[in-house]
Design a protein around this ligand. Sequence first.
Ligand code: UDX
Length: 464
Amino acid sequence: MAKKIAVLGTGYVGLVTSVGLADFGNTVVGVDLRQDIVDTLNGGTPTIYELGLEDYLQRNLATGRLTFTSAGGAAIREADIVFLAVGTPPAADGHADLSQVEAAARSIGENLTAYKVVVTKSTVPVGTNRRVQQIIAETSGATPGEGFSVASNPEFLREGKAVQDFFHPDRIVLGVEDDNARRYLEDIYRALNLIQTPFVWCNLETAELIKYASNAFLATKITFINQMANLAEAAGADIHTIARSMGMDGRISPKFLHPGPGYGGSCFPKDTKAVVATGDALGVDMSLIREVVHANNEQKRITATKLVRLMGGGVAGKTVAVLGLAFKAETDDVRESPAIEIVQELLRQGAQVRAFDPEGIENFRTAVLGEGPFGGGLDPQLRGEIADAAAQRLLYCQDEFAALEGADGMIIVTEWNAFRNLDLERAAQLMTGRVIFDARNVLDPAQAQRHGFTYAGVGRVAPG
Ligand code: UDX
């Protein structure tokens, strides 16, 4: 029988999960404390941008299987399965802030009128599911495995591809400790059997750690190729030929070997820091991941420093076009984006910045001003100073060509398709100077040079 599901939290993970599970034929109630978010979603408008999400949202609202509410207690009481998809932002000490998870667990305990399976979707440190189990047991008086079960089901969604990833996952990881919970979860994910998705059944701690291990590994792989690119550049070698050849070894695989200005986003920076913090808490040396965190911050700094060097060693009074503000293409997310560090450094050194991003300008603006959900991206001590400089010397432009007007140099920070096909002839006409720093290696160096530019990429041999 189709199960009734409540999903607590309608953020990135919660919304995609709600819509996806409803599409699998389950009855789903998405819960958010904010009535305005609930109203928007019930009206068929997604609160985040994700390719395909709007269609799936509207389609499932129309069937009546999907609704949103701010009445969390009632939604929990009526559900067979409750998903925890609330936020786990990083606290100042690197640990994930679990206050929302704990509050949700208490609310589940208070509304435990019948047996339920409580499934954690939020990325949480090892031991959190035990803690959730304990809170529900204490609040409700019920015994784990009898009155309720706790399961861990981490998500591996990529921003921009979240809907596709939900319906075509590489694997479904399920930490469960009793047969009841297993049967419930098999039920709701039955649709994935058709496409033969592998299911990994394990204990709670293993499921929690799989997510961190995967993200920490990918972050390490990127950091590895970034450092190797820096080395290739110094040695006169070409990183793309190196990466391609490395990728031909099946044990390595060619994916995630693209060098750039450092990884950003909501997952890798947060999860790598959380792994280190967990190691510290358990007395285990996680020096490799600690170094990855450090080296990635360095890569952002190295990128900013290299830009200044390419601009002749100083940027005071010069105009720099920054193409791309989002942490990667196809998203409006600027969290931990290398662009923050780069623009910050340019402003600090007295440059005029002309910035453009197809989707990320609004979020970047609030990040630079230290406001809004992404305000945490900036160094708090510098925030006031940078905000002042930004007000005078940072101009957001309507497209890439407006950004290039009168610029002494440009940097490509995000690999948007529009920048891959940048009209270099027009760029040369619009710009005053001739410097291109392609921090994503999306342009053809020889072509850039033909248009009279001094071109620098990452780990690439200069043409000519
Ligand atoms: C990631 C994981 O891929 C996903 O499984 C997890 O659930 C959340 O974190 P996401 O943050 O959306 O997803 O983006 P992803 O495409 O993985 O890129 C992360 C960062 O690494 C971006 O800043 C990207 O530009 C950078 N990156 C990625 C590189 O610099 N080089 C690469 O080769 C790949």
